[in-house]
Write a protein of this length. Structure first.
Length: 457
């Protein structure tokens, strides 16, 4: 059934996050979301709690949107200036090595970097007055103008607030949805989700209305996670059945997609990507960046991820490995904790390194004496944990939105190893004991003095 068909019998209830997140999207998506909400405005009924929460926060959200786009140029400018500092600083090595005309080189490089910075500044100045002004809705909070025109459910009475708070305390102890994930919040705020839910139940029962409930909330006290993604919590569906009416829960991505199709609202490529991108798509896009974040750990702590039982690593271990090959294999979501989504990435890697055996200490210098070294080649998978903080179901627009990437474990096996021979002497190696043959120990016929004595004995 299309969204237009549903709207003939259903009202649309928007969660607070649906409204406030509209300020947080990219310019294109914010405009698209606003048009979708406008298209169904006559069918929208907001819970009083949603209207109150929106009214408290929309000014700061709108101001933050403007600030975010006004300061977008700061980060690339910072990167250019940092690069300039590093490049000019590296010229000090040329001065120490007495290269000629280093000052002229530094002056030329500085001019080039200033020119790069000017290109960025010119671009920003050219587009601020056109593109960004349009996104600011000409300085007018157009979403707020729309929200204050929407229908709102009747305010909560004091008796309802008292009763629902008392009920909420009991529900949260049993982890009955919704809202129990907000139990650590202060005061009445912890029950906001429950208030919204109770208002929806009250309205459906009193007005005999079916409901389309749209939310951007990702927590498990609204949605149950299963092998195929997530579905609206079964306990909430059972509770709503008691009203005798129907509820159609929708995530924002699905709601906006259906509305745009039904009402012919144009979608740019960026909007289309945001609506259709899956976890798999997102993981594919950031895989290279994820690996870059764990390279140093893999190089210097490789033994933590190598299967030791079947390896022949010397007693002094491996100081540093070279990564000669890596390939992204797969990634999948493993958990969600409130606004944190956790992924596991799998990379196949091949690394090479040298290990050493401890042979003792020099009697005079006390320096450690080690073997000549053993060359190793290892190969196998590493499993990398990535955490990404999200505020909505399709908050994929920033490829670097993940907060942490760390190697959880490795299953890297030794493919081969070979002991290094000492540097050959003037006459090569002794075929008997393998020692280098020099003028001091060469006994003739390819044998060293020690081996000749052993042979004579």
């Amino acid at each position: 059934m299309s969204i237009k068909d549903l709207l003939e019998t259903h009202i649309v209830v928007l969660d607070t996050n649906v409204l406030l997140n509209t300020y947080r999207y990219s310019p294109e998506f914010s405009e698209f979301a606003l048009e979708c909400i406008k298209a169904v405005a006559e069918h929208v009924v907001l819970p009083a709690t949603v209207f109150l929460e929106y009214s408290r926060h929309h000014r700061s959200a709108f101001a933050e949107m403007e600030k975010r786009f006004l300061t977008t140029v700061d980060e690339p400018k910072k990167q250019i200036n940092n690069a300039k500092t590093k490049i000019l600083g590296s010229c000090a090595n040329l001065t120490r090595l007495q290269y000629p005309d280093v000052d002229f080189l530094k002056s030329s490089l500085s001019e080039k970097m200033d020119a790069v910075l000017k290109v960025l500044e010119n671009y920003y100045e050219d587009h601020t007055s056109i593109d960004l002004t349009q996104h600011y809705w000409n300085g007018t909070d157009r979403l707020n103008q729309l929200v204050i025109s929407l229908s709102v459910m009747q305010p909560l009475t004091h008796d309802e607030i008292y009763t629902w708070c008392d009920e909420g305390e009991k529900r949260y102890k049993k982890q009955t949805p919704p809202g129990y994930k907000d139990a650590k919040k202060d005061g009445v705020r912890k029950y906001s989700d429950l208030f919204i839910w109770k208002e929806i139940l009250r309205y459906a029962r009193a007005e005999r209305k079916d409901v389309i409930f749209v939310t951007d909330d990702v927590k498990e006290d609204w949605w149950e996670i299963n092998g195929n993604g997530s579905c609206f919590h079964s306990q909430l569906l059972d509770e709503f059945k008691k009203t005798g009416k129907q509820i159609v829960p929708m995530k924002c991505s699905a709601f906006f997609s259906d509305v745009s199709l039904a009402f012919s609202i144009a979608k740019t490529d960026t909007v289309e990507l945001a609506l259709t991108m899956t976890d798999a798509d997102y993981c594919d896009r950031i895989a290279d960046r994820v690996f870059d974040k764990v390279v140093v750990d893999l190089m210097y702590n490789s033994e933590d991820y190598i299967i030791q039982d079947s390896a022949h690593i010397g007693t002094e271990g491996i100081d540093e490995c070279d990564i000669t090959y890596h390939e992204f294999v797969s990634a999948h979501r493993v958990d969600r904790e409130e606004y944190m989504i956790i992924y596991e990435f799998i990379f196949m890697v091949r690394i090479e390194g040298v290990s050493y055996d401890y042979w003792g200490r020099d009697d005079d210098t006390k320096e450690v004496i080690c073997s000549e070294g053993r060359d190793h080649v290892f190969e196998g998978p590493i499993f990398v944990t990535v955490e990404r903080q999200v505020e909505s179901f399709y908050d994929f627009e920033d490829d670097d939105s993940f907060e942490a990437a760390k190697i959880a474990r490795g299953e890297i096996k030794e493919l081969s190893y070979s002991d290094r021979l000492p540097d050959p002497g003037e006459y090569g190696y002794c075929p008997n004991c393998g020692d280098p043959l020099t003028e001091s120990n060469y006994a003739g016929n390819g044998f060293c003095i020690n081996c000749t004595r052993k042979y004579d004995f």
